[in-house]
Each structure stands twice: as C-alpha cells, then as structure tokens.
Ligand binder design. Structure first.
Ligand code: ADP
Length: 218
C-alpha cells in the first residue's frame, strides 16, 4: 500500500532512505536546509524542499502532519535533530523515526517520544557480525530484544525433507515464513513442501530457539 513519508535531512543515510522508499512506490517529501543536497535528491523523491527542520511554521506549512511517517535523519547535529523531533511530536505526526548519533542522543529522543530510534552503525554491525558468525545465516532482522527473523541456508542435512518431516515448529518453536529458491519465493510454504540444499529458509522465532535450529537442526 502506498504511504506518505517525509524524510528530514538528506545526508548519506536520509537520502538512501528517501530514494529506496520512492523506488518502492511511496510518496516521499525530502527536506534539507542545504540547497545542494536538495538538488542532488530531486530525482529520488516525489517532492524536495529546502527548509530548516527546526522551523515549526515551515513544517506546518508543508503539511507534515498529514504524512504517515517522518524520518529525522539529521546526522551529526544533535540539537536540531531533537528540536525537530519535538516539533513533529507537537504537530501530531503519528510515526516519528529518528536516527540517533550516540547514547545520550538516544536517551533524549526516548524522552521526547520518538517512536523508533535508529542506530544505523550499531544495527548494521550486529547484522554483519551475525552473517560472519555463521555460514548458514544470510540475513538477520531483529524484531525485539528476544525475537528475530533469520534467513538460513539449507544444508545437505535437511535436503529433500518436507516441512512435516522437519517439524521445525514443534522441535524448535520457530516458524518457517518463506522458502526462497533462486528467484522464486514461496511465501506460504505447505506442510508437504520440500527443502533442497541451498534453499533459503526465512524463519522467525525466539533468538535462543533460532540458535538451536541453526546449530542442531540444519
Ligand atoms: P549522514 O551521516 O546521514 O550523511 P549528515 O550529518 O551528513 O548525516 O547529514 C545530515 C543532513 O541533514 C545534511 O544533509 C544536512 O544538510 C541536514 N541538516 C542538518 N541540519 C538541518 C536542519 N536544521 N534542517 C534541515 N536539514 C538539516
């Protein structure tokens, strides 16, 4: 479904969020106070505007209240990032996601009421470490402190076995959400569907259960 996003701060992080959302078919308004950055992103957003993100009247005039999500990606400067988040909160934006620079910044953002605080370096670091840790893990998405979604490469150990035979839900308490084979993605795997070596299984579960599945079940 098409959603409306406003991305504030079009540095490296903000512009890649902006571009990707736009390419996914969403309505994206990009805002930055640097005219050069705005110009550089004009082909990768529905609209781009030069504006100061701490100017409440300007943000109101741009109608940011009506957007489904605001992403505050003002990089190194902590003060405008906090002020902008506060203004968005007061204006009544429903979902405010903010990139944090450090732990102090994160704490203030929590107090101000950011809905999601993003630590790109930390999140990417965890993701990469998980990929390095195991030959079987291809990708990782943290859902909460205890739950994740993993992409696991099927080994010869489970090759040609059906989901019923593997009985992953009962044995490990994890759910197989999808099976990827090359370009094909089976998003509602049936009990009799068979796994082949090299398939990618998208599995959701508790982190401990997923670790057990990865170590013992694959
Ligand atoms: P990144 O690490 O994502 O590249 P940067 O600090 O380089 O982060 O980029 C932050 C962006 O936010 C820059 O493009 C900068 O011009 C923009 N920015 C900084 N302060 C404001 C502000 N008050 N209003 C609007 N944009 C801002």
């Amino acid at each position: 479904m098409k959603k409306q996003f406003v991305v504030i701060g079009l540095g490296q992080f903000g512009s890649s969020v902006c571009k990707q959302l736009y390419q996914l078919g969403h309505d994206v308004l990009g805002i930055d106070n640097d005219a050069e950055n705005v110009r550089a992103n004009s082909n990768y957003a529905s609209h781009v505007v030069v504006a100061n993100a701490t100017d409440e009247d300007k943000l109101r005039a741009l109608g940011v209240r009506n957007f489904d999500y605001a992403i505050v990606a003002i990089g190194e400067k902590i003060q405008p990032s906090i002020l902008c988040t506060l203004i968005l909160k007061e204006i009544g934006v429903k979902n405010i996601w903010v990139k944090a620079q450090n732990t102090q910044h994160q704490k203030v953002l929590e107090k101000v009421g950011a809905d999601r605080i993003i630590n790109p370096e930390e999140e990417m670091g965890i993701r990469i470490a998980n990929q390095l840790d195991s030959d079987k893990i291809i990708d990782y998405i943290g859902l909460s402190k205890d739950y994740s979604i993993l992409e696991l490469r099927a080994t010869s150990k489970i090759s040609n076995k059906s989901l019923i035979q593997l009985d992953i839900r009962a044995k490990y308490g994890c759910n197989v959400l999808a099976i990827k084979r090359g370009e094909q993605v089976n998003v509602s795997p049936a009990p009799n569907d068979r796994i082949h070596e090299g398939d990618v299984m998208v599995v959701m579960g508790n982190n401990k259960s997923l670790k057990r599945l990865e170590d013992k079940g694959m």
